[in-house]
Design a protein around this ligand. Structure first.
Ligand SMILES: Cc1cc2nc3c(=O)[nH]c(=O)nc-3n(C[C@H](O)[C@H](O)[C@H](O)COP(=O)(O)O)c2cc1C
Length: 157
């Protein structure tokens, strides 16, 4: 079985999570890890699993990840298992105003997951956020280890 892990980054934390996800999947699968700037529709050919991850910017995935999702043809993910993750700050640790903003805007992973499902993908694990301690990082302790165990490839829901 083949997996493709696509990610974007600004400061580098999302790449570290994507690398950890790829390491975990490599225990049982053949894995291709690609920054979104270097992925094309041809890379989807023959894959069984697609994982997409992005930093959360204004409650959404980055424009490059959004563009990648938008250009996936309708039904192109039929028969493909999908999972989405983001990196994000912890709302509770922000100042009052920012806390409200972060909570109101939401996060990238659920939006990525909805787009992947809209293109026919079968979600294998819940959209997941990995925590950075400030907007430039570092990742919160334990997040890389958590990423190595995600997604759990249970039967599609
Ligand atoms: C322009 C910008 C907007 C951001 N908006 C949010 C946000 O809405 N919610 C959130 O949790 N984090 C937000 N962040 C923090 C990012 O989640 C954090 O920078 C990112 O996870 C780090 O990943 P990277 O190192 O791969 O860039 C924002 C950061 C930037 C630079």
């Amino acid at each position: 079985m083949k997996a493709l892990v696509v990610f974007d980054l600004l400061y580098g934390n999302t790449q570290k999570i994507a690398e950890a996800v790829a390491r975990g999947l490599k225990k049982t699968l053949e894995v291709d890890l690609r920054p979104v700037s270097r992925v094309s529709l041809a890379d989807l050919k023959g894959i069984d699993i697609l994982v997409v991850g992005s930093p959360t910017h204004g409650g959404r995935p980055t424009p490059a990840i959004q563009a990648f999702l938008d250009k996936l043809p309708d039904s192109s993910l039929a028969g493909i298992k999908v999972a989405a993750f983001d990196t994000r700050v912890l709302a509770e640790e922000q100042s009052f105003g920012l806390k409200i903003l972060v909570k109101t805007l939401g996060y990238a992973a659920p939006k990525i997951a909805a787009a992947l499902k809209a293109k026919g993908g079968q979600e294998v694990d819940s959209p997941t956020g990995f925590i950075v301690e400030g907007k430039e990082g570092p990742l919160k302790a334990g997040e890389v280890v958590r990423a190595e165990k995600w997604p759990v490839l249970r039967e599609s829901r």
